[in-house]
Design a binder for this molecule. Structure first.
Ligand code: 6R9
Length: 653
């Protein structure tokens, strides 16, 4: 961004107060903010008491060598013990940890006692395969119980796991295995996606041809499809099932590497984000309890993310299990075998807390509200969102059609790098505003600054920064301390820069405005993609929108929008009238400066597996360039569909 800060165009007046009953019984009340502000480290030290420590820490935070933090210095604990064994010891062995639902409809119920036996067996098997404390294990599995079991088995013996999305290519898997020098890969013959088996083992075979670090490949049988077999391969049911279900968990240092998770970034080689044990587990446990108001005895919690995304690590595995929660774990897609599948699952398990992504919500808007209306969603009490800014209209739709106007929506901002939720409403405290992530959580210090690092006044836009270290922060980029410092701590002196644009509204509340790399410079104004997209989604005929800036001889950059119409509006969306209506609607909502030069009606948008729109590919299309890297797309054929729309669409006046 240049001279001016980010424009603040969108006005929103709707407010939703927390339901009285929920507020009265909430885990966290308003005083938590003051308590944490008065003594931030003391606050985090109290949150660390949620965990069982084998050896107490001597110092809460060592920040003597920034940006390299050490939290709970000298403390020792075992993450798997904290997530499983201690609950069994406390008499909760019969509590369900996971209601697992396979895509074809098969199910498995794992209690905490079951989980303990399975994790111990897997830990013993890994030891037999030669995995030792400090080694890395790559995990490339579908959403089946063996995935959390493998992660916990690694954590138990002090091996560092690196989970790679089941959708990634052999090449992406190979670079990740190689960067971490993984000794073992855990995979499956395949998993179920969209009603059919989707192979995984063949991709691993391809990847490990060139990864000398890999000694063994452990394979879960899930689909029963035929797989090629090599000397290094072992079946899970042969190597794991025969192991003893007892294993003594040894404590590890609070700063022992728990996992590496790769983020693709926009350019260059993927970054291996390193998380360690004590601080990470403290903050995921606290935030899962605080943001979702978790009552572990009675809640049934479901996060629909893939575990291959950080959201799954923190809010399907470590947070919920550290809190002894009961969760739903679902293998497949939302439209298999029918478009009501997710709502059917909520009704079946009486889910009380539901956490999903804006992209899913917008897809449900497109499919129509008559689908969720057929299911009993009355068990729900809190609904959450993560991954992208939630457009105000999507928020209101979610609150109304899924949350029955009764459930608070928690819009949670965080990143792979932050490890845990940083900015979010608290469901029993915050008066929610559709589209706003509101306030940093207690113990978190965030700000919006201009390009000199000065805080912007209320009503202003700029860069989102974090001003104090936090327990779940990344410790470095695996094997590349220099890149860690350069990428996150160099833009503003003494501050972590997250890469996101944000604004403070007139009340001082924080709104996320998308990646600053995507900001458009139109006639000297910095316009965020998020605000224009939200304006488009606020039109009743639009389900989803993505905008990008394309070079323009007159304005510098011009706004090009790609929109998906809502189900009912699909036919009329073909006409010129529709495009004009939308352009006028944006001009009316945000002002003429934000009026798109061009609007293309498309059937789909390019997205990553975690549902983020890849705007840089849309920019390539809009500027008639050949496409950049498409390997992280869920479905690369989408780009052909979009490109096919382009020649017929002429720039408007
Ligand atoms: C958890 C996760 C991080 C980026 C982040 C931001 C975007 C995530 C958001 C949000 C607006 C929210 N993001 N949550 N933007 N509002 N509630 O998504 O991690 O995959 O590393 O992505 O996602 O742009 O910087 P990750």
């Amino acid at each position: 961004m240049s001279q001016e800060t980010l424009s603040n165009l969108l006005k929103e007046n709707r407010r939703f107060a927390p339901p009285q009953e929920l507020a009265a019984a909430a885990n966290v009340k308003a005083d938590a903010y003051d308590e944490a502000a008065a003594d931030r480290l003391g606050f985090w030290a109290r949150q660390a008491e949620r965990l069982s420590w084998a050896k107490p820490w001597e110092q809460v935070l060592d920040w003597s060598n920034p940006p390299f933090a050490k939290w709970f210095v000298g403390g020792e604990l075992n993450a798997a013990y904290n997530c499983v064994d201690r609950h069994v010891e406390a008499g909760l062995g019969d509590r369900v940890a996971y209601h697992w639902e396979g895509e074809p409809g098969d199910t498995r119920t794992l209690t905490y006692a079951d989980l303990q036996r399975e994790v111990n067996k897997a830990a013993n098997a890994l030891l037999e395969l030669g995995v030792r404390k400090g080694d890395r294990v790559a995990i490339y599995l579908p959403m089946i119980p063996e995935l959390p079991i493998s992660m916990l088995a690694c954590a138990r013996i002090g091996a560092t796991h690196s989970v790679v999305f089941g959708g990634f290519s052999a090449d992406a898997l190979r670079t990740r295995i190689d960067d971490a020098q993984a000794k073992v890969v855990i995979t499956a013959d395949g998993g179920y996606r969209r009603g059919k088996p989707s192979a995984l083992k063949a991709t691993v075979d391809e990847a490990v041809k060139d990864t000398p670090s890999v000694e063994k490949v452990l394979v879960v049988r899930r689909t029963g499809e035929e797989v090629a077999w090599h000397e290094r391969d072992l079946w899970w049911h042969e190597a794991v099932d025969r192991q003893s279900d007892r294993h003594e968990a040894r404590p590890h240092d609070a700063e022992h590497p728990l996992f590496i998770l790769y983020t693709s970034g926009t350019t260059g080689k993927p970054k291996g984000i390193l998380h360690t044990t004590g601080g990470y587990l403290t903050q995921v446990a606290y935030t899962h309890w605080a943001v979702f108001d978790l009552k572990p005895e009675s809640d049934v919690y479901w996060c629909s993310a893939d575990i291959g995304w950080v959201t799954g690590h923190s809010y399907i595995v470590y947070g919920p299990l550290a809190n002894a929660a009961t969760s739903v774990l679902y293998e497949g897609t939302p439209d298999t075998p029918h478009r009501g599948r997710w709502w059917e699952i909520i009704a079946k398990y009486k889910v009380t807390i539901f956490y999903t992504a804006p992209t899913a919500i917008r897809t449900f808007m497109k499919w129509g509200e008559d689908i969720p209306a057929k299911y009993d969603l009355s068990s729900l009490r809190i609904i959450g969102s993560v991954g992208e800014p939630i457009n105000p209209e999507a928020y209101v739709w979610y609150r109304h059609h899924i949350g029955a106007d009764r459930c608070p929506v928690v819009d949670t901002w965080w990143q792979t790098e932050t490890g845990a939720i940083m900015i979010s409403p608290l469901p029993g405290v915050t008066e929610g505003k559709p589209g706003a992530a509101m306030h940093p959580l207690p113990g978190v210090v965030a700000d919006v600054v201009d390009d000199t690092g000065t805080p912007v006044p209320n009503g202003g836009g700029g860069f989102l920064v974090l001003k104090e270290p936090w327990p779940a922060m990344l410790r470095t980029i695996w094997g590349d301390d220099e890149r860690y410092v350069k990428t996150y701590w160099s833009r503003f002196e003494g501050m972590y820069f997250a890469g996101d644009g944000a604004k403070r509204d007139e009340d001082g509340d924080i709104w996320l405005l998308g990646r600053v790399d995507d900001v458009m410079l139109v006639s000297g104004h910095n316009i965020s993609t998020t605000e224009v997209e939200s304006a488009l989604v606020s039109h009743p005929k639009v389900a989803e929108a993505a905008v990008t800036g394309a070079t323009d001889p007159v304005t510098g950059q011009a706004i090009v929008a790609f929109v998906i119409p809502r189900g009912a509006a699909e036919t009329e969306a073909e006409g010129e009238e529709f495009v004009k209506e939308l352009r006028d609607h944006v001009a009316k909502t945000l002002g003429p400066i934000a009026k798109p030069r061009q609007i293309l009606v498309v059937p789909e948008l390019p997205k990553t597996r975690s549902g983020k729109i890849m705007r840089r590919l849309l920019r390539d299309v809009a500027e008639h360039r050949s496409l950049g890297d498409v390997t992280t797309l869920t479905d690369s054929s989408v780009m052909d569909l979009i490109a096919a729309k382009l020649p017929s669409a002429k720039p408007e006046d």
